[in-house]
Design a protein around this ligand. Structure first.
Ligand code: PAD
Ligand code: ZN
Ligand code: ZN
Length: 376
């Protein structure tokens, strides 16, 4: 029986309050309104940003259905949708690309004005939600929400991908891989022969290493307090790996020592802590070094820095979704992954049934996973 036009009852993982667990409950998902798309989720990755939501580190409205790194099939479309049709394999876009706003039109821009990342309202463009639990609305997360069997997104926030794309690896293109790879290739524009330092070797930091390597960096230094991440980092292109816990000196001074006092050409913070953001900035060359902030800073965080760190010529940049344009770039990255242009195998360490979502987050907390993909 077709579900099109009807409310769908399905399972979703809701966070009811900051620091609360993911509770799997039955929700109702309303049909898509005009220019909206209802998607049956096939698989969804667990990203540290979802953990930030659960931990209350980034501001959202609760109750919320997190999840933003997924692959699904279009179940039905609202009036006026032309970019996808029922049956298409798609990736929901945690950073939409409306194509009409100034950041979408600027070749260097990608923070589409339709993005809910900074506003964190958790609703559709008309101010309402398509999710409800026991008759009360539930918020969405970054224009997507994928920890649910069905979701509804605006057509600005969905892109069709190759129908043969494998679910687990294609999920990575919805956030982790694209963000890390783009941070190196698009935001930093890493140059051949350069030296790079990557702080944080997780699901996003490791793709930064892949991006540095494909850009021709000759030296890539991985930094993590969890040495279990070092073998994968080396497999993907890190030339050396160090743990800050092995040194008495601050890690930025260690990196200066390792580079004859010059500092690295490019540094990337892929953890989300203000102290490592400052260390990454201070470890790049004081004149032409570029430091890229990829880790999501906590909503309430503030930093105090000497202006002299920037005065001598360093560049400090931020990078959401690797500076990539989601609708344009994701289908290309999916194809490149299918053509084995990148080694994605080590990145998906666990595949679990959706019901085991809390187990998936446990693996992340214990530092035992890179990416866990939940299958519906
Ligand atoms: P992850 O938990 O898989 O990786 C983080 C890594 O950092 C782990 O290997 C930790 O051991 C390591 N780490 C923790 N503390 C330290 C420390 N003090 N020094 C060195 N290493 C440390 O997370 P992830 O890779 O999924 O995400 C990383 C960050 O990137 C996180 O803040 C997430 O919210 C952010 C992110 N940003 C975007 C974006 O668009 N900018 C997208 C996706 C994720
Ligand atoms: Zn993410
Ligand atoms: Zn836009």
């Amino acid at each position: 029986m077709s579900t099109s036009g009807n409310v769908i009852k399905c399972k979703a993982a809701i966070v009811f309050e900051a620091k609360g667990p993911f509770k799997i409950v039955e929700i109702e998902v309303a049909p898509p309104k005009a220019h909206e798309v209802r998607i049956k989720i096939l698989g969804t990755g667990i990203c540290r940003t979802d953990e930030h939501v659960q931990a209350g580190a980034i501001k959202v409205n609760y109750p919320v259905i997190p999840g933003h790194e997924a692959v699904g099939i279009v179940e039905s479309i609202g009036e006026g949708v032309t970019c996808v049709k029922p049956g298409d394999k798609v990736i929901p876009l945690c950073l939409p690309q409306c194509g009409r706003c100034p950041p979408c039109k600027n070749p260097e821009g990608n923070m589409c004005q339709k993005s809910d990342f900074l506003t964190a309202k958790g609703v559709m463009y008309d101010g309402t939600s398509r999710f409800s639990y026991k008759g009360k609305p539930v918020h969405n997360f970054v224009n997507t929400s994928t920890f649910t069997e069905y979701t509804v997104v605006h057509e600005d926030a969905v892109v069709k991908i190759d129908p043969a794309a494998p679910i687990e690896k294609a999920c990575l293109m919805g956030c982790g891989f694209s963000t890390g790879y783009g941070a190196a290739t698009k935001t930093a524009k890493v140059t051949p022969g350069s030296t790079c330092a990557v702080f944080g070797l997780g699901g996003v930091g490791l793709p930064v290493i892949i991006g540095c390597k494909t850009s021709g960096a000759s030296r890539i230094i991985g930094i993590d307090i969890n040495k279990a991440k070092f073998p994968i980092a080396k497999e993907l292109g890190a030339t050396e790996c160090i743990s800050p816990l092995d040194f008495k000196k601050p890690i930025n001074e260690v990196l200066l020592d390792m580079t004859d006092g010059e500092g690295v050409d490019y540094s990337f913070e892929v953890i989300g802590h203000t102290d490592t953001m400052a260390a990454a900035l201070a470890s790049c060359n004081l004149n032409y070094g570029v430091s890229v902030m990829v880790g999501v800073p906590p909503s309430a965080a503030e930093m105090t820095l000497s202006p002299r760190l920037i005065f001598t010529g360093r560049t400090w940049k931020g990078s959401v979704f690797g500076g990539l344009k989601s609708k344009d770039d994701i289908p290309k990255l999916v194809l490149a992954g299918m053509e084995k242009k990148f080694n994605l195998d080590p990145l998906v360490t666990h595949v679990l049934p959706f019901e085991k979502i809390n187990e998936g987050f446990e693996l992340l907390h214990k530092g035992q996973s890179i990416r866990t993909v939940l299958k519906m």
